[in-house]
Write a protein that binds this ligand. Structure first.
Ligand code: MLT
Length: 429
């Protein structure tokens, strides 16, 4: 590996150190670039720019590799639980039996939210998007736990904030759904595991017993594990940037929820279902929409295909596809939208147009199918993504704080007006 990178600018040579990660990713350290040369770099969307060094998640877009703290996502999805993976991401190691039990017990103990949170729900219009409510109420946790805002928290205080957030986000997410539906809220139960408790809070009714299906619990655990972290994606980078200002964990995660809401990011799973519904409403002719997707003069684009990082396939999609098939067959679901989805999937996997452009089904394509199959409404799909991504956001915020990283403050290339004098309004035309 090169020890340094040489840059020749205006006939002068500059040398910058090269750094290499444990998976042999290489980077040119330009920390002194502007001081030495007067130049900055510019990289719209930061596609070639590393914001940090991190030991949490490794992904290889070319090889379709995704590992949390070194463990392959395929093994974790098959053998672990979401709470165990959350512990792994946040604390850097798989927990012992007693550590996992304590972590799970602490989360169970903190699932209740202050009764005043219910009053905040009443202030939202019934048409409010669940992500708007979720980001607001997660930030509102700073009002109920004002000590969480301090930038000088010790380990125990940070751990308590972590537990409270892991415990209360599912309750708030489920209450967001029940509030939107006008249903009575379900309080969390201490006798249920994390995924079962969430399903109970979402779907239980006072008038009819909700039977928690272990097959759905298993599928939900897989979905949450597969969404738990994804290195420096848009929402995680948002959490880090906001957190770098010494903003609280709750405030930083609230910002991350808003970034995830964007249809180009976590909102993509909702866009997938809305695309399937539009195709169904138009008569269900998938070949017509596949032709539209290929037509460069047509604005229609297939949602849920391709990925900005994975060049050949999204390893999570392969696991979720199997989970989707298992859930649909286990529940005997015959949903016309799912038939449309399978026809689009076949086209993307066999048509050279999509193969050449690496437009294969991604994690958002299949996750929406499972969420719909287990009864989660489309507007809650991105909330489910946030539920899964929460431990990743927490782990990345915590790593940034522990590494004492500086406040993020990118530079710019100014392209505006040169200096000019103020003109009174009477002289303006
Ligand atoms: C994610 O999991 O955050 C999405 O795949 C987006 C990304 O990684 O850029």
């Amino acid at each position: 590996m090169a020890e340094s990178a040489e840059l020749i600018l205006d006939g002068k040579s500059y040398s910058f150190p090269v750094t290499e990660g444990t998976e042999h990713e290489k980077a040119i350290d330009i920390a002194k670039l502007r001081d030495q040369t007067g130049y900055i770099t510019i990289d719209s969307g930061y596609k070639n720019t590393g914001a940090t060094k991190s030991a949490i998640t490794f992904l290889d877009g070319e090889e379709g590799i995704l590992r949390y703290r070194g463990y392959p996502i395929e093994q974790l999805a098959e053998q672990s639980s979401f709470i165990e993976v959350a512990y792994l991401l946040i604390y850097g190691k798989l927990p012992t039996t007693s550590e996992l039990q304590e972590f799970s017990n602490q989360i169970t103990k903190h699932t209740l939210v202050h009764e005043d949170v219910r009053k905040i729900f009443d202030g939202f219009p019934s048409a409010a998007h669940p992500m708007a409510i979720l980001s607001s109420l997660i930030c509102a946790l700073t009002a109920f736990y004002p000590e969480s805002v301090s930038p000088d928290l010790n380990k125990e205080e940070i751990d308590l904030n972590v537990i409270r957030l892991m415990a209360k986000l599912p309750t708030i997410a489920a209450w967001t759904y029940k509030n939107q539906m006008g249903h009575p809220l379900n309080y969390p139960r201490n006798d249920l595991d994390y995924a079962s408790n969430f399903l109970y809070m979402m779907f239980s009714f006072p008038t009819e017993k909700y039977d928690i299906d272990p097959r759905i619990v298993s599928a939900l655990n897989k979905l949450l594990i597969l969404h738990a972290d994804h290195e420096q994606n848009c929402s995680t980078s948002t959490v880090r940037l906001v957190g770098s200002a010494n903003a609280s964990l709750y405030g930083s995660v609230s910002a991350g929820i808003n970034a995830l809401w964007g249809p180009l990011h976590g909102g993509a799973n909702q866009e997938v279902l809305e695309m399937l519904q539009a195709i169904q409403k138009d008569g269900g002719d998938t070949s017509k929409f596949i032709a539209k997707a290929k037509d460069k003069n047509d604005s229609f684009r297939l949602m849920g295909f391709g990925h900005r990082v994975y060049k050949n396939f999204d390893p999570r999609a392969k696991i979720i596809k199997k989970a989707a098939d298992d859930v649909l067959s286990a529940l005997g679901i015959n949903d016309p939208l799912l038939k449309i989805a399978q026809e689009l999937e076949q086209a993307a996997l066999t048509d050279q147009y999509f193969i050449e452009r690496k437009l294969y089904p991604n994690v958002d394509f299949y996750s929406g199918i499972i969420y719909r199959a287990i009864g989660i409404p489309t507007e809650m799909f991105t909330v489910m993504f946030a539920l899964g991504r929460l431990p990743g956001w927490i782990a990345q915020w915590k790593e940034m704080r522990e590494n004492k990283e500086p406040i993020g403050r990118p530079r710019q290339v100014y392209t505006g007006e040169l200096e000019r004098d103020y003109v009174g309004i009477e002289q303006r035309s």
